[in-house]
Design a protein around this ligand. Structure first.
Ligand code: AMP
Ligand code: MG
Length: 478
């Protein structure tokens, strides 16, 4: 029997927060991936998870003792348009555990069947997006970027119908909560202030115990999101669908759909097939998060006191503070990517100049920054002279540091991964898995567990795609 020491708090909240649901059994569940390290961190028994009863739970076919399965209610702005009723349409929160670090974690199944919030959808997921999320979210975690995690992937033995019949799968997602900006919008849109207040208190307790009231919560979310987006920008990550329902109030990356890591750098880079206007393109991310945070502020205003004008003014000031928080963290990160520890006034210009040259030359984002530590970055430029010109100024700036070359290289290698889940490798991995070969999935996971290491056996994974290999569009998980 699979035993999990559930300690559920979300299920204690009022009925308005969720719909209780029951398992949707699948015909032939099969475990295809189990994150043993994460299982241990969660205090779960690996052998139990691998057992028949474990797999029944991981496929959404059975509910373990102590679980209180539910689908959370939330709303959200999708591509700017407001949907008052979204919610977990294909996910089931089993419950919470307190992990070995003392952090409360949700155990949630994704792709586990219909819920009252499924609308027209089948509540299912196919193997491709499940493995995509597994690999990419775990790579993000290995890079130290706040994110949901992947505990397991199970195939269901049942096809799901998309453009064609595809193998169904369920992902077990672990998260410090699943509270989104859209969770607040849900109650605000209904003018359900009592629930809004309960959600505010719950979120403060769970994520920001030091925050003082709704304004304190808002300020904490703004700060956390500023830090998060800077991390994305530092590794060339494009979320792809930054709707408010996919914006986590705890400041972690959530809902890996048509996301992608850039190969060659361009600020306007965009992969998502559903993002026709480039709303969520790479360089838009810091702008759009401010827009999303403004929606959170709007939702919280009613709780901020009787003087609405004063609340709006206060929240606006907090939101305006985003720019400084973001730019400060961005500068610090990109300085480190150039091996710089000290702050000098020309640093932003130096960094931006490099980025502009990279964009003009279609230099590979990951390999160029990494090569700065190896002394061969000029090879990343179609015209190496474009780099040389910048390099002389960089060298002069490095000379002001008074640090050793070795220290500079270490700093660069700590902030610029050697390995990212490149799109063409992710697609190749999915194709193999659908054909029954999980070798590429396992290899990709093993490689990405240590993204900051130079490992010769993974050199092929560092190579950018050839023109034929390049994946220019990614699709959402539905
Ligand atoms: P996303 O933008 O992918 O995070 O999803 C937006 C909304 O659509 C959420 O409410 C999801 O639960 C819902 N959704 C996505 N895919 C499905 C599906 N296959 N069946 C039911 N609901 C879905
Ligand atoms: Mg979502």
């Amino acid at each position: 029997m699979l035993r999990i020491a559930f300690d559920n708090t979300f299920a204690r909240l009022p009925d308005a927060f969720y719909a209780r649901i029951s398992p949707n059994p699948v015909s032939a569940p099969k475990l295809v991936a189990l994150n043993e390290t994460l299982a241990l961190e969660l205090g779960l028994d690996v052998a139990q998870l691998q057992s028949r009863s474990g797999i029944a739970v991981l496929s959404g076919s059975a509910v373990p003792e102590g679980a209180e399965p539910l689908a959370q209610a939330y709303a959200g702005h999708q591509f700017g348009g407001f949907s008052p009723q979204l919610g977990d349409g294909r996910a089931m929160l089993l419950g919470e555990v307190v992990d070995t670090n003392g952090v409360r974690q949700d155990i949630q199944l994704k792709g586990s069947g219909r819920t009252p919030y499924s609308r027209g959808g089948d509540g299912r997921a196919w193997l491709g997006p499940v493995l995509r999320e597994y690999v990419i979210s775990e790579a993000m975690a290995a890079m130290g970027i706040p994110t949901t995690r992947a505990l397991a992937a199970v195939t269901t033995g049942q096809d799901v119908m998309r453009e064609s019949a595809l193998p169904g799968a369920v992902l077990t997602r672990i998260a410090s909560s699943h509270i989104r900006v859209g969770s607040f919008q849900y109650f605000a849109a209904r003018r359900d202030l009592a629930s809004l207040e309960i959600l505010t208190d719950y979120t403060i307790t769970r994520h920001y115990p030091d925050a003082d009231g709704p304004m304190g919560l808002f300020a904490a979310v703004v700060a956390a999101q500023a830090k998060l987006i800077v991390r994305w920008m530092g590794v060339g990550f494009i979320h792809g669908v930054m709707n408010t329902d996919n914006t986590h109030v705890g400041g972690i990356t959530i809902d890996y759909g048509p996301c992608a890591f850039m190969d060659s750098y361009h600020p306007a880079r965009l992969y998502s097939s559903i993002d026709r206007n480039g709303r969520y393109a790479f360089s838009q991310q810091p702008e759009i998060i401010v827009w999303n945070l403004a929606q959170l502020a709007t939702s919280l205003i009613a709780l901020m006191g009787a003087d609405t004008d004063a609340s709006v003014k206060g929240a606006t000031e907090v939101l305006h503070g985003f720019a400084d928080l973001y730019h400060g963290a961005w500068l610090e990160q990109f300085r480190a990517k150039l091996g710089l520890k000290l702050a000098r006034s020309g640093d932003a210009a130096l960094i931006n100049d490099l980025l502009e040259r990279m964009a003009a030359q279609q230099a590979d984002f990951t390999n160029t920054f990494r090569a700065l530590a190896d002394g061969n970055a000029r090879e990343q430029f179609a015209d190496p002279a474009v780099f040389d010109d910048w390099n002389s100024r960089w060298q002069a700036r490095l000379a002001q540091e008074g640090s050793t070359l070795e220290a500079q290289q270490t700093l660069i290698r700590k902030t610029s991964p050697a390995l990212i889940p490149r799109n063409h490798r992710v697609e190749e991995m999915i194709e193999a898995a659908v054909a029954g070969d999980y070798g590429p999935f396992e290899r990709l996971n093993a490689a990405l567990a240590n993204p900051f290491e130079d490992a010769v056996e993974y050199d092929d994974l560092r190579r950018p795609p050839t023109e034929e290999e390049e994946v220019t569009q990614t699709f959402c998980g539905t």
